[in-house]
Design a binder for this molecule. Sequence first.
Ligand code: ATP
Length: 225
Amino acid sequence: MIESKDVCLRYTDGTMALKDINLSVDAGEMVYITGVSGSGKTSLLKLFMGVEFPTTGSLNVLGHNMTKGNSSNIRKLRTRIGPVFQEFRLIKGRTALDNVMLGMRFLDLSPSLIREAANDALVKVGLKHKLLSPVENLSWGEGQRVAIARAVARKPSLILADEPTGNLDKDNALNILELLASFKDDNTSVIITTHATHLIEYEDYDKLIQMNGGNIYSESLGEAK
Ligand SMILES: Nc1ncnc2c1ncn2[C@@H]1O[C@H](COP(=O)(O)OP(=O)(O)OP(=O)(O)O)[C@@H](O)[C@H]1O
């Protein structure tokens, strides 16, 4: 699914955000990436999505060689990735159902299949009763569930969730992690970044990657392995 060899990322202002990243993620793995603020977690997810590209090193995501300059391939790749952004990026003035359907508009599916998949995803995340609510009327946690539904409705091969536990209380944060883990199957890998390391001990994961200052300083296998 993901193979990274000696990957470094230097932003245009000179910030060295990632240094010598070596990691692999297999199909169906559930992986946590942890580390303090600024350690490089979001930058790593940006590389996986083709928002940024390695300055040096090689990166392969779902069979795509992630180098600058093959943007049509990257567009295709993104249809196979379900991202859950820190700030959700929901479209105000539209319902929860519309938001999930809009996330699927580039897929080669009929409108009725899109509607059905969006509906099913919202039911799965526990929002059956909010399908037609405008997203601005939802609570923070509900908005996040819409964002998760939008990511999973297209049945991606790779789910990337950036700090999905945000400022949720412990019970709700655990629910969100469990929900995300439930989408892992033989074909789908789930990668979650979080600084809430105290939550991880309760979770079933395959790999735990700890970052510091743009480096991976430890990688351990979890109970699911
Ligand atoms: N677009 C950018 N241009 C320059 N530097 C950046 C950019 N984005 C991030 N950085 C820097 O890269 C480093 C890693 O940032 P990143 O957002 O990946 O960390 P993070 O671990 O995800 O942090 P947080 O937990 O706060 O989201 C930080 O020093 C940050 O200031």
